[in-house]
Design a protein around this ligand. Structure first.
Ligand SMILES: NC(=O)c1ccc[n+]([C@@H]2O[C@H](COP(=O)([O-])OP(=O)(O)OC[C@H]3O[C@@H](n4cnc5c(N)ncnc54)[C@H](OP(=O)(O)O)[C@@H]3O)[C@@H](O)[C@H]2O)c1
Length: 292
């Protein structure tokens, strides 16, 4: 199996629900490979391949958009009630389509806090945050839908236009040190490429319904920030201890720091043989630096 997508049949029609950062990267890659990819957003776009899907307003794709769809990728997070916005409104329509594959972008937050230990797909999810309970609920909804679903659990996503460089440029960076704390991350190009790679392996869906997509090198956030300042040729501000910074952080920012885990990619990269483009933040951030 190769990392390119020549296997995909031209008659395949992809629908990407939620065309934000990861969704648009995926759609653009598919189009460059010559496939048809329609993308949703909550507001009208001029792009003829874009359609409106807004679960909160009951706006759903029309028959013409859904006709002939073979593959769907959902990049939409849980709604305010902790339910999946796509299945809440489109489940029976999707069940009536001759779908070959449905991908769902989830998060590694469902694993909860492992106190820095490695965690893999064979570990029981142990969500701590409410949003992670919601996410696990959505994963269950997708699995119970009976659709040919594959779930991708993702750690922090970065890439050109969304990385530590933007935080530095927009002066939104907080340099925080917390002993033994690590974060896992993934470059958006590896999400896209790994999914396209897995689409070539029909067995991956049959035998592996849940797959982590993470790089090889979970590490401290401060290490990543220091690397960006070095590339920019600037001095990094003096770090602040988490305990001191805590009270000034938003509840959501705090919540990221109270979980500590290393996300294993062994299933994807060893068992299934995917070769990461950016195996660590250094390679990935160099790409962001050169493309921003
Ligand atoms: N960002 C991270 O670091 C990270 C880490 C792990 C997992 N994830 C999860 O992975 C997925 C993709 O992440 P991302 O950062 O690429 O996403 P993103 O840029 O935030 O895009 C999310 C998309 O969902 C759409 N959307 C949200 N609510 C909707 C609703 N009720 N009805 C219809 N569309 C709706 C948005 O539409 P509009 O384009 O109209 O706004 C947007 O296109 C998300 O589920 C995210 O929670 C993210």
């Amino acid at each position: 199996m190769s990392n390119n997508a020549s296997f995909l049949k031209n008659k395949n029609k992809f629908l990407i629900l939620g065309c934000g950062f990861s969704g648009s990267f995926f759609a653009n890659r598919l189009r460059r490979l010559g496939y048809t990819a329609f993308t949703s957003s909550r507001s009208e776009k001029k792009d003829p391949f874009s359609f409106v899907f807004n679960s909160a307003e009951g706006k759903v794709p029309d028959k013409k958009t859904l006709d002939g769809v073979t593959h769907i990728l959902s990049c939409i997070p849980p709604d305010q009630n902790g339910c999946d916005p796509v299945l809440g409104i489109l489940k029976s329509k999707l069940q009536s389509l001759p779908l070959e594959w449905v991908g769902y972008l989830s998060t590694t937050g469902v694993y909860g806090d492992t106190k820095g230990k490695w965690v893999s797909e064979s570990d029981e999810p142990n969500p701590f945050q409410k949003r992670s309970h919601n996410r696990l609920n959505c994963e269950k909804e997708w699995i119970e839908s009976g659709l040919p679903v594959q779930i991708f659990r993702l750690p922090g996503i970065y890439g050109p236009g969304r990385s530590t460089f933007e935080a530095i440029r927009n002066q939104k960076i907080r340099v925080i040190a917390k002993k033994d704390q690590v974060f896992s991350r993934i470059h958006v190009a590896d999400i896209t490429n790994a999914i396209i790679y897995l689409l070539q392996n029909k067995d991956s869906l049959k035998f592996y319904q849940i797959i982590n997509i993470a790089d090889d090198n979970p590490c401290a956030q401060i290490e990543v920030i220091q690397y960006c300042y070095d590339l920019l040729g600037l001095d990094m501000p003096k770090p602040c201890l988490f305990e001191d910074a805590r009270k000034e952080l938003s509840p959501i920012a705090q919540s990221f720091w109270i979980e500590n885990r290393r996300v294993s990619n062994k299933l994807l990269c060893e068992k299934l043989g995917y070769k990461l483009i950016y195996k660590d933040y250094k390679l990935g951030l160099k790409n962001c630096f050169l493309n921003s």
